[in-house]
Design a protein around this ligand. Structure first.
Ligand code: PMP
Length: 360
């Protein structure tokens, strides 16, 4: 068995050196005489792992002192509810930009706590683009504005930071967190499930502006109040220790590779190579508008869908796996997060060209 190039949308590939290091440390971490999974979250060994991981997140993303870094559970899906519960107040309002399924799920949860103004949507064109700033119809009564910075399913990504006026900007960055440098100061809340760019499932990274802590009404359960976790430095209850440890190793790997600016350059190169290949022929087609295209998730269809099954069988046989697209878009999707090496994208491009030669 050798490792394949895994184009899964998530859980997704992890850097091989991270897996090898975790493997070597599996039964004994440092001089602790036990694995990370077996450690008390309040013991000195784990607290050191936690401290280093949190610091690495702060350093990599240049998180300013105005913001707090939290490691929570429940996935990005729990954030869909926590954001309105904490920020809306009772009967409040939120602005939401609808760029497809994940935004819709966030909207559905927000409606349980107040009202939602859909400030813009690209639904009319099956979410093939990101609305522009001048299309946003913001509600002056909204408590915040929520976006999905990268839509994993439709393969769209913001290449600008929306300006929501005086209210905090909240972003679901699950599928492009740490793939590029962003100005954290421009956001009220950034949240992301870890299982695409950060590590294994089980930990949710939340970066929240400190003045937004403590806004939740008393009716909000303790565990769903951001202030609980900020006050206890993410140790109110047992945090997902092993996922945090792997996230720390992924951060070290990112630092060794030059940090997020360097990662962004590689990601631009990988995405361009793949989009250029798809755009260069009528045999394949990419449904997204060029200026809204995701660098992380690249959806494409075959001009002849009768070839889809053959494409998937042959690509898997070539060691290129999990390329089947999401049912709402059809065709294929290649997810090329940070941990997908350039050789993986090169191998996919070679396969695409070869497949066209044989079946075109
Ligand atoms: N938002 C986005 C953009 C996603 O891609 C996903 C998962 N694919 C989610 C939210 C849901 O994340 P989780 O499974 O961590 O709840």
């Amino acid at each position: 068995m050798s490792r394949v190039f895994n184009f899964s949308a998530g859980p997704a590939s992890l850097p091989l050196p991270v897996l090898q290091r975790a493997g070597a440390e599996m039964s004994e971490h440092g001089n602790a005489g036990m694995s990370v999974m077996e450690m008390s979250h309040r013991g000195k060994d784990f607290l050191e792992i936690f401290r280093r991981t949190k610091q690495a997140v702060i350093d990599l993303m240049a998180v300013p002192d105005t913001h707090e870094v939290l490691f929570l559970q429940g996935g990005a899906s729990t954030q869909f509810a926590m954001v309105p519960m904490n920020l809306m107040g009772s009967g409040g309002k939120g602005d939401y930009v609808n760029t497809g399924s994940w935004s819709k799920k966030a909207i559905k949860e927000a409606k349980r706590f107040g009202s939602v103004n859909v400030a813009a949507t690209s639904e009319a064109t099956n979410f093939n683009r990101i609305p522009r700033q001048d299309e946003l119809r913001l509600d002056p009564g909204a408590a915040y504005c929520h976006i999905t910075s990268n839509n994993t399913i439709f393969g769209t990504e913001y290449h600008y930071t929306p300006d929501p006026g005086d209210v905090p900007l909240v972003t679901d960055a699950s599928s492009n967190i740490m793939s590029r440098l962003i100005d954290v100061a421009r956001y009220g809340i950034i949240y992301a499930g870890a299982q695409k760019n950060l590590g294994p499932a089980g930990v949710t990274l939340v970066i929240i502006r400190k003045d937004l802590l403590g806004r939740a009404p008393d009716s909000v359960p303790t565990m769903l109040n951001y202030k609980t976790h900020a006050d206890a430095d993410s140790m109110y209850n047992t945090p997902p220790t092993y996922s945090i440890y792997i996230l720390g190793l992924v951060c070290e790997w990112l630092q060794e590779h030059g940090g997020l600016a360097a990662m962004e350059e590689v990601n631009i190169r990988k995405a361009r190579r793949l989009y250029d290949c798809i755009d260069g022929t009528d045999f394949y087609r990419c449904p997204t508008e060029p200026d809204s295209r995701s660098r992380m998730n690249v959806p494409f269809t075959l001009a002849n869908p009768d070839l889809d099954a053959t494409f998937l069988t042959e690509s898997a046989a070539a060691g290129l796996v999990t390329l089947k697209g999401h049912r709402s878009v059809g065709g294929m999707r290649a997810s090329i997060y940070n941990a997908m090496p350039e050789e993986g994208v090169a191998a996919l491009v070679d396969f695409l060209q070869d497949f066209e030669k044989r079946h075109g």
